[in-house]
Ligand binder design. Structure first.
Ligand code: SF4
Ligand code: SF4
Length: 234
């Protein structure tokens, strides 16, 4: 089987489908010509043909224990979320490195991007490669009013890593649905007032600097993530 004259890496595709993560999406750059996804991927790895996006679910039980702020002298159960993140980031980063290693075994170039610590232009709080937009392109979900990825299975409770690879893979597809509908929960409850009603045609409107300043000052905030009803039964 070929795509654009290149042989599909079916062995690698099988390997990826068996990775120990909760969801995998694949976007083919040829389908995203002249987009920011293509531009940023090629800047990092000029040979990129496919973007593999790996996802793990954040424990619902742990997220439910997170509280909006830390009270002085009181143990914060939000700390459990940090341990959960460490675990998920470790698994996701390992998976992206595994994809890169398997690509290289086939003589193909690959660049693993870690779940935590993707380089950022801190002047604009912008990562050099947007995992959530790659995930959306790979059909894993859509981006909600809180600016985060929402998947049909896990709602907003997902963490991501990526691997850029020269391999030609079969793209995954999902049904792009508006998960937000008439909900405004995150906009109305953001303690920093960082979220606003998006303009027509835009999925979200966030003041990243207000969010970041609040998160730093309050020792993290996950209110938009915690309150989002998407992907929660009932
Ligand atoms: S809280 Fe509501 S509006 Fe905000 S992202 Fe979730 S579903 Fe969308
Ligand atoms: S993380 Fe907190 S401050 Fe930032 S947008 Fe979400 S609710 Fe607002």
């Amino acid at each position: 089987m070929t795509t654009e004259g290149k042989t599909l890496s079916t062995g690698l595709q099988d390997f990826i489908s068996k990775l120990d993560v909760d969801a995998v999406g694949i976007a083919i750059l040829a389908d995203w010509k002249e987009t920011r996804l293509e531009e940023t991927a090629l800047k990092l790895l000029p040979q990129t043909r496919s973007v593999v996006v790996l996802a793990m679910e954040i424990s619902r039980e742990i997220l439910d224990l997170a509280s909006p702020g830390k009270e002085r002298g009181v143990a914060s159960l939000s700390d459990l979320l940090d341990s959960d993140a460490d675990f998920l980031y470790g698994r996701l980063t390992k998976a992206s490195y595994d994809v890169a290693k398997a690509s290289r075994k086939l003589g193909l170039r690959a660049l693993p991007l870690p779940a935590r610590g993707c380089p950022q232009d801190t002047r604009f709080l912008e990562a050099v490669f947007s995992y959530k937009h790659a995930a959306q392109a790979a059909g894993l979900g859509s981006i909600g009013r809180h600016s985060l990825l929402i998947t049909p299975e896990f709602g907003s409770r997902v963490r991501l890593s990526c691997c850029l690879t020269e391999a030609v893979l079969e793209p995954t597809q999902g049904n792009a649905v508006d998960e937000c509908g008439s909900c405004r929960m995150c906009i109305d409850n953001c303690p920093a007032g960082a979220l606003a009603e998006p303009k027509a045609g835009q999925p979200y409107a966030i003041d990243k600097f207000a969010c970041s300043a609040f998160r730093t000052a309050s020792d993290a905030c996950v209110e938009c993530l915690r309150l989002c009803p998407a992907g929660r039964p009932g």
